[in-house]
Ligand binder design. Structure first.
Ligand SMILES: [Zn+2]
Length: 248
């Protein structure tokens, strides 16, 4: 393997970097090795953590996506002003907006732990809570419409905290089923309650724009319930659906 001498103007800081391996064992260019090399190029030569490189790495991925379209269809994106800054723009929105809920459990627990004493022992329901998430299989947007209910057991939570934490947790590439089950578990384990219910409806871009090509009114519905809501003939469950005026 040849060595690439990448020398800075300050010769005392010259660094020799090994040329990356880009081919697989059959001698063919391997896209994963190329991507890995591109990412490692962004890592600073020193061990210092100078700054967060996540946006840069995501920008390389978007650059490669446009290059792929240039290769396949001849898209002259570099000479089209519409694409100026597109790789960086997409990277920013994915990293900073659409994925900000990754590993947010601790933050959500902290937000939900600010409670108030209450003697209210009946249903508290909120919704619709609407936002966009991402499907982990295709990275297509999912339009969510959620309803949440719980029965307080001595403590109540500030009402804005429920939509805030649901939106935060849903801002990540996650299965709708896991969003439903995981969020209710976090809530259940943070606040004393007699039961919780979480109804999530999702319009999946990967099903409307491609694949099954279902209509735009096609909703995937998932529901998770605990405590008083677990009884299928119970008052709590009926009261929740009457209150939100939504069918599943
Ligand atoms: Zn999908």
């Amino acid at each position: 393997m040849t060595k690439l001498d990448r020398t800075t103007t300050d010769t005392s800081k010259s660094t020799v970097i090994q040329e990356p391996e880009l081919k697989d064992s059959n001698g063919n260019y391997d896209p994963y090795l190329i991507a890995k090399a591109a990412i490692s190029y962004l890592i600073p030569y020193t061990n210092e953590k100078v700054r967060d490189y996540s946006e840069d790495i995501a920008t390389v991925a978007q650059y490669m996506m446009l290059e792929a379209l240039k290769g396949k269809y001849g898209l002259d994106w570099e000479n089209d002003p519409n694409f100026t800054e597109t790789p960086r723009r997409v990277a920013k929105s994915v990293v900073n907006d659409m994925c900000k809920g990754i590993n947010s459990e601790k933050k959500i627990k902290s937000i939900l732990s600010k409670t108030f004493p209450t003697s209210h022992k009946d249903l508290v329901a909120s919704g619709p809570i609407e936002f966009y998430g991402l499907c982990p299989h295709h990275f297509f947007p999912v339009r969510y419409k959620c309803f949440f209910g719980y029965i307080p057991k001595g403590t109540a939570i500030g009402l804005s905290k429920i939509p805030r934490t649901i939106k935060l947790y849903g801002s990540q590439p996650i299965l709708q089923e896991d969003l439903t089950n995981n969020y209710i578990k976090i809530f259940e384990n943070t606040i004393d309650n007699y039961g919780c219910i979480f109804l999530v409806k999702g319009q999946h871009g990967c099903m409307t724009c491609r694949g099954a090509e279902v209509g735009h009114d096609y909703w995937v519905t998932s529901i998770s319930k605990t405590g008083s809501f677990s009884n299928p003939n119970g008052v709590a469950l009926n009261e929740f659906f009457t209150l939100i005026g939504e069918n599943i």
